[in-house]
Each structure stands twice: as structure tokens, then as C-alpha cells.
Design a protein around this ligand. Structure first.
Ligand code: F6P
Length: 321
């Protein structure tokens, strides 16, 4: 099928680097003689006909901005037959030949289902701070989120050390401990709690009490949100050790901010790559980076649970405490 007009959308949780990805899709697409439309608020925009043609200037000055100029949403309506039909009608009405979907595994699940039903060519660009797209090493936004969390942890360490306190810091990661593990290691944290590992609070408390006896008085324990609430863990630590704790929940701070060079370069490279894939007739795939190369992963693989290779990192956090 000839590819003359494509549409780009961002869906699910925003990730820093989505804007450079949009910029790349638009400018590279135009360089390849494509018309490029931007869809607003993800699938919702296709359902409700919220889209407009983008030109070179539409994406000026966004390379360093977090968030997404196209807005994003989690759209329950797109899971219904009626919602999908309406989205398909918009695609037909505007003569759109292919879609670029920038998002994470939830977005790709929806894109896969949509392709299966309507056969509109679609290529996904892996963007999510959680880094939970299977078959892809690093998603757009992860590096920025990790550096944001690390900056906060470095600051927390100043006060933790000065007041000799125990901090429990909750970072994002609904089903994945990737952010938690990476920042715990890079931040020199004393312990890390992630969904992939059974929590052994007794062992953590034993470490704290033993540490106190030998003069180690401050601790930072990082917990991934998918592994439990920092406030509950802190309360239990106090109950077991009788020591005071403090809690910091970093939350959506990790989703914002100017994308790092790593997130930008990945986004800019993948934007072009996604357009090339559509032009070459490829579809039903996500593109991302793996082992330093750009790779294509079938949606049905990309949406499977990603196994985190954690053993080495997890043990290293403990050994280096
Ligand atoms: O995008 C991923 C993520 O940030 C998860 O880490 C987190 O659990 C979730 O999104 C939060 O979603 P929302 O912004 O809809 O509250």
C-alpha cells in the first residue's frame, strides 16, 4: 500500500523524550514527502477527530521539553468495539495510511489489537519511564527519570547523613524494579525493594540494627512502587527496630523535566527509524534500542512481561553497602 500520509500520537504515561520523538517523525516524514498529522490525547483523539496537519514549524523549540505537545491519555473507550470503529472511521476520513504510536506496553497492546482488526499499518516507538517493553533494552524517558530520581536521592543523602536517619524513598515502577534498582546502585543506597524479589524486611532490619552497632547511622532504602508503599515499609521498620524513619515519595516528578541527551538521541533516532519502517511496509512492530542497536520487535513479543536481569545488580547493592 502506498504511504502518503501518516499520523503520530502519544499514549499512556508521558515520558521525557516524547517531544523529540514527535519532532523526528514530523521532520523526517516531511523530508520523505509524507504528510504528517498529529493526533491529540492519544487514542482519544482518533476517536473524537482531534487531529491536525503538522509542519516543520509545528515542532520547533520542543526538543528540550518534557511531556508531549500532542498530550496523552489512558483511554478506556479505545478498548471497546465502538471506540475502535470510530477511530478507524477517522483514519479513513483523513486518508491516513499509517500510524506511529509513541508509548509503552499498554499502548502497544492497544495498537496490536487495532492492527489485527483493521489492518492499518502501525509502528510503535518505545517510550516509558518504566523501561518495561520486552525485547528492548532502553525505552525513551528511562534515562531522564533515573537521573531525576538520582538527583533527589543525592539530596536526601545529605540530610540523612547529617541527621543520622533512615529514609525510605519510593520511586515509580508499577510492575518493574528497573528504576529502583538502577538508582539504588548509582546512589549508593543501602537497600532496595523491588517487585521481582521477595521482600525480606527482617533481613533489612537486622542490617540496620547491626549497622548501628558498628557506627553506621544513616540508611536510604529505595522501594519501587510496585513492591509496596514506602509509608508502610517505613512504619514496619520502626516497629521492628524502634528507630525513627522518614518517607519520600518521588512520584510524578520522575515523569517530567527536560530529556537527557540519552533520551533525546534515542527519541530522534527512533522517530526516523519508525518512519522508515512504515515506508518499507513494516507493521505491527515496536522499535527501540537493544545492545546498542536499533531493533524491531513484534508487538506480540513487546507486550509480554519483560524479565529483569537483576541478580547481579541486586547483589551488588547489598555488597557495596
Ligand atoms: O508511565 C508509567 C508510570 O509512571 C508508572 O511508573 C506508574 O505506576 C504509572 O505510570 C502512573 O500512572 P498515572 O500517571 O496514570 O497515575
Amino acid at each position: 500500500m502506498a504511504m502518503n500520509k501518516i499520523a503520530v500520537l502519544t499514549t499512556g504515561g508521558d515520558a521525557p523524550g516524547m517531544n523529540p520523538a514527535i519532532r523526528s517523525v514530523v521532520r523526517y516524514g516531511i523530508s520523505q514527502k509524507l504528510e504528517v498529522m498529529g493526533v491529540f490525547r492519544g487514542w482519544w483523539g482518533l476517536i473524537n477527530e482531534e487531529l491536525k496537519a503538522l509542519n516543520h514549524r509545528s515542532v520547533s523549540g520542543i526538543i528540550n521539553q518534557g511531556g508531549t505537545i500532542l498530550k496523552t491519555a489512558r483511554c478506556a473507550e479505545f478498548k471497546t468495539e465502538e471506540g475502535q470503529d470510530r477511530a478507524h472511521n477517522t483514519i479513513k476520513k483523513y486518508g491516513i495510511d499509517g500510524l506511529v504510536v509513541i508509548g509503552g506496553n499498554g499502548s502497544f497492546t492497544a495498537a496490536h489489537e487495532f492492527y489485527r482488526k483493521y489492518k492499518v499499518p502501525v509502528v510503535g516507538i518505545a517510550a516509558s519511564i518504566d523501561n518495561d517493553v520486552n525485547g528492548i533494552d532502553y525505552t525513551i524517558g528511562t534515562d531522564t527519570a533515573i537521573n531525576t530520581a538520582l538527583d533527589a536521592i543525592d539530596k536526601i543523602r545529605d540530610t540523612a547523613t547529617s541527621m543520622e536517619r533512615i529514609f525510605v524513598v519510593e520511586v515509580m515502577g508499577r510492575d518493574s524494579g528497573f528504576i529502583a534498582l538502577t538508582v539504588a546502585l548509582a546512589g549508593g543506597c543501602e537497600d532496595v525493594i523491588i517487585p521481582e524479589k521477595k521482600l525480606d524486611l527482617e533481613a533489612i532490619c537486622h542490617g540496620i540494627v547491626h549497622g548501628n552497632l558498628v557506627g553506621k547511622m544513616s540508611w536510604i532504602i529505595v522501594v519501587a512502587e510496585g513492591a509496596g508503599k514506602a509509608v508502610d515499609i517505613a512504619r514496619q521498620i520502626t516497629e521492628i527496630t524502634s528507630l525513627e524513619t522518614r518517607v519520600v515519595v518521588l512520584g510524578h516528578v520522575q515523569r517530567g523535566g527536560s530529556p537527557t541527551a540519552v533520551s533525546r538521541d534515542l527519541a530522534l533516532t527512533l522517530g526516523k527509524y519508525a518512519v522508515d519502517c512504515l515506508l518499507e511496509g513494516k507493521t505491527d512492530i515496536a522499535v527501540g534500542a537493544s545492545c546498542g542497536k536499533m531493533v524491531e520487535v513484534a508487538f506480540e513479543i513487546a507486550i509480554q512481561k519483560k524479565e529483569l536481569k537483576i541478580e547481579n545488580l541486586f547483589n551488588l547493592v547489598k555488597v557495596l553497602t
